[in-house]
Design a protein around this ligand. Structure first.
Ligand code: ADP
Ligand code: ASP
Ligand code: MG
Length: 815
């Protein structure tokens, strides 16, 4: 069996509950025997706490209570069929009435105990879990609501109760015995003491509930489903570059979460650790993503540390006095006192002279700690052996964590130099004896900057490995592999960049190898070891591997891959492509792709969409970024058509030239794909969009090269026949050009947001007159390049140059 725990954000709305239930159903139907643990709907626990405090202060709580009611009722209306809604409304209404009565009592007494607070917040989990179990029941009859407070037994430390393991084990086992054919939906976070009084396991404690059930029932895994892609290298709300960690040891996860990585509640690790049950942190909203696997070993990695976490607000208490500190027994007395009074000491440091000791506590405990110390050491203070404790506020803790640290010298040096370089003052340092973490205390104002600086210091300077998944092994794909293979050593030694192709697929076979596929033998390996190709599976597996610096290359010309782009960006994977389909489809799609890539901090490069290896997209982007304004773009962007018109002179007929172009491999199998201008149109469309115009393909004025009859011919052969019979049409064009001393060109133009492509006859003053062979040319007339436009010219087709363009894009990923 398996535990699936869903946090508040996962059950926060009707839409997310739908996502939750589809994950549950998939697991249930595949025979994994899931047991589901749920949190309160997001925000509800906080609101319940606030209402309790408000009531005790004589403030009104009715509005908040109505808010909670509506939040639940909206979900019921959306997800339960009308004829089954009533009993669910009734039960929840009963819960809400109970909350109201309790709050009224608190209001009347103006008194709030930790015990009443636990009772009030417990309704959050009871409401959400009951409701979700009822929604599920419509589809899976076995669904059963379980109130865990009857099964998890604790002491009476309200707000933060300690579990009675033996009693809990008995109760949970018997619950399971009688219901193992059921799909149980269990409330997280709540428990009860020996008298049956409601207790809670500490904020974030639903994770812990999951681990308790998992360990008693010997689950194969404890899955913590939340709203991010697992445990990240830092808090993603502060460090944008944070990335998801594939593997962590229990200790590492514990240290990271203890120092603030809220994604999992620290005590959760203990029951799992004792039974060696893996914990997997996964994203409800990206269920294909593998997430973070927490296990016994730290896992092989090149990362010097696993992550950086922080506690946003702490207070520090300094004690000093030559007569006291350092004497045996002093720290013992001090910390026993604090422990007895349930003051959690986050971190301790002691100066080497041992005349002072500094420790960090939660701000709300600081004053109490100070007065406790003053009482306990009253005599010592009077005798001047100890100076009155001082409190410093508005501080934060930053910690770097990882098991590798102890093997790698220079970690603290790197930490402090990055803080120093960024002008961040370190107030105190603590290194745990385990060497799994180094923590520093800094000013709260510096925290965000410090986290980002330290993240860069540890993760950005690494030799970067790009993990590449390549789709398409035709001309361009196979040429790219050749180029990658021959450049491997150079890139590694000169650019600290390693490019590993770890997945290859064509339309028949696909192959994965996380150590890197041997590019000298990729074709035979693909043939012999490859499995049957399936694009959906290819993409899903790529996401599931959860690799850093991951790039998907689409080297196909097919339509299908583009429908996966958005999901790929959502999994923080960059895309490099020579395929024009995605960028030249609907404008809405063009826009969404850029927004999604931007949001997830990944790259979308497609230089080869427009002029193979020629730098056109990049030049346009640089012009725009530097604030220049595009006045006009003129271009010949079809190598095939260039070749045809360049050779259509003297004795050669149009038919002859097209035949010859095809024989040389310059055309598509059906030459009309080139001569029809659609490919050219797509390139102009992409340029126009990149220049800032939200236009659609239909907006392009596409002038024809071929007469109707040739376009209509129903096969390639009859197309050639039509070319012959239309000979006089083409000859007239050729003759006109000859008489006027001009040449024929097929030219695209963007001006004032309007794109047109047409056959033109140009004289020797035109910059496109002298174009030779199959070259492309593009001229940018801009505010700055007004008198003499900026011209880019060169070979615009061919596998070698296109693959080189893809290569150049690849090297720039993440740069
Ligand atoms: P849930 O409601 O699913 O229990 P929580 O809000 O308790 O979710 O925890 C998830 C949140 O933890 C994320 O949305 C993220 O903002 C925050 N977080 C802080 N540090 C980290 C980290 N290092 N890795 C992942 N998430 C983190
Ligand atoms: N609902 C509780 C809280 O917000 C428990 C949890 O979500 O894990 O703290
Ligand atoms: Mg949580």
């Amino acid at each position: 069996m398996k535990i699936l725990k869903f946090g508040g954000t996962s059950v926060g709305s009707a839409a997310s509950i739908k996502a939750v239930l589809s994950i549950v159903k998939k697991s249930y139907n595949s025979g994994e025997q899931p047991l589901v643990v749920l949190s309160a709907m997001s925000g509800v626990t906080n609101l319940l706490c606030k209402m309790a405090i408000d009531a005790s202060e004589g403030k009104s709580f009715q509005e908040d209570l109505a808010l909670i009611e509506t939040k639940h009722f909206d979900v019921i209306k959306a997800l339960i069929v009308v004829r089954h809604q009533n009993p669910v409304f009734t039960k929840l209404k009963l819960f809400f009435n109970e909350i109201e009565e309790l709050l009224q009592g608190i209001y009347a007494l103006r008194e709030l105990s930790e015990q009443s607070k636990d009772l009030i917040v417990s309704y959050g989990e009871r409401c959400s879990t009951f409701m979700v179990s009822k929604i599920s029941e419509q589809d899976l009859e076995a669904s059963l609501f379980v109130d865990a407070s009857h099964y998890i037994k604790t002491d009476s430390h309200f707000g933060h109760a300690h579990v009675n393991d033996q009693l809990t084990e008995q109760l949970v086992k018997s619950l399971y015995l009688t219901n193992n054919d059921k799909l149980m939906f269990v409330t997280g976070f709540i428990a009860s003491n020996e008298n049956g009084r409601m207790t809670t396991l500490g904020r974030g404690g639903s994770d812990y509930t999951a681990a308790i059930f998992g360990s008693i029932l010997n689950a194969t895994a404890i899955e913590i489903w939340t709203d991010v892609n697992g445990m990240l290298t830092a808090d993603p709300r502060i460090v944008k570059k944070a990335f998801s960690l594939p593997v962590l040891s229990y200790t590492e996860a514990m240290e990271l979460s203890y120092f603030g990585a809220k994604v999992i509640y620290p005590p959760t690790m203990i029951p799992a650790f004792l039974k060696k049950i893996p914990i997997v942190i996964r994203n409800t909203f990206e269920p294909d993503f593998a997430g973070t696997f927490i296990q016994f070993e730290s896992g092989k990695t090149t990362l010097p540390i696993k992550g950086i976490s922080s506690i946003g607000e702490i207070s520090v208490i300094n004690l000093s006095g030559s007569g006291m500190i350092g004497k045996s027994g002093f720290s013992g007395r001090l910390f026993t006192l604090l422990a007895r009074e349930q003051i959690n000491v986050v971190l301790i440091t002691q100066s080497s002279s041992e005349h002072s000791i500094t420790f960090a506590v939660n701000p709300e405990d600081a004053l109490r700690a100070k007065s406790l110390i003053e009482n306990e050491f009253e005599l010592e203070i009077q005798a001047n052996k100890l100076i009155n404790p001082e409190i410093e506020n508005d501080l934060s803790v930053l910690a770097i964590v990882g098991e590798n640290m102890k093997k790698t010298p220079g970690m603290s040096g790197r930490l402090f130099s990055s803080l120093g370089r960024n002008g961040i003052n370190v107030r105190a340092i603590a290194q745990g004896s385990s060497e799994y973490n180094i923590s520093v205390i800094i000013s709260k104002n510096d925290l965000s900057k410090a986290l980002n600086a330290v993240h860069d210091a540890f993760f950005a300077e690494l030799k970067k490995t790009l993990y590449v998944f390549n789709l398409g092994t035709g001309n361009i794909g196979s040429t790219l592999f050749k180029q990658l293979e021959s450049q491997y050593d150079f890139l590694l030694s000169k650019n600290d960049l390693e490019i590993k192709v770890v997945g290859i697929s064509n339309s028949k076979k696909m192959l994965f190898n996380l150590d890197g596929i041997d590019l000298a033998n990729w074709d035979s390996e693909l043939l012999e070891q490859g499995e049957d190709a399936d694009l959906a599976v290819f993409v899903e597996r790529m996401k599931g591997f959860n690799l850093p610096n991951c790039v998907f290359i689409d080297n196909t010309a097919s339509r299908l891959p583009s429908s996966y782009y958005e999901g790929i960006f959502q999994s923080n994977i960059s895309i490099v492509t020579c395929n024009k389909i995605a960028n030249s489809g609907k404008y809405e799609q063009y826009k969404t792709l850029r927004e999604t890539a931007h949001k997830h901090g990944v790259d979308f490069f497609y230089e080869t969409n427009v002029g193979a290896g020629l730098p056109i997209v990049r030049v346009l982007k640089d012009l725009m970024l530097s604030g220049d304004r595009i006045v006009k773009i003129e271009a010949i962007l079809s190598g095939t058509i260039s070749y045809i018109f360049n050779n259509f002179k003297d004795e050669a007929s149009f038919y002859d030239v097209v035949k010859q172009a095809q024989a040389l491999g310059y055309t598509e199998p059906d030459p009309r794909d080139d001569l029809g201008g659609v490919d050219f149109m797509r390139k102009m469309l992409i340029l126009a969009r990149d220049a800032g115009y939200p236009i659609e393909a239909e907006d392009v004025n596409l002038g024809a090269i071929l007469p109707e009859s040739c376009l209509k011919a129903d096969s390639v052969e009859s197309f050639y026949e039509e070319l012959k019979s239309e000979n006089s049409y083409f000859e007239a064009l050729k003759e006109k050009a000859r008489l006027e001393n001009k040449v024929i060109r097929y030219i695209g133009k963007l001006e004032d947001g309007i794109v047109s492509i047409s056959v033109q006859i140009v004289d020797d003053k035109h910059p496109f007159y002298a174009l030779s062979g199959s070259d492309n040319i593009i001229s940018f007339t801009t505010e700055r390049y007004k008198e003499r436009p900026l011209v880019v010219k060169g070979p615009g087709a061919g596998a070698e140059v296109t693959a080189a363009g893809v290569f150049a894009d690849l090297v720039n990923v993440g740069a």
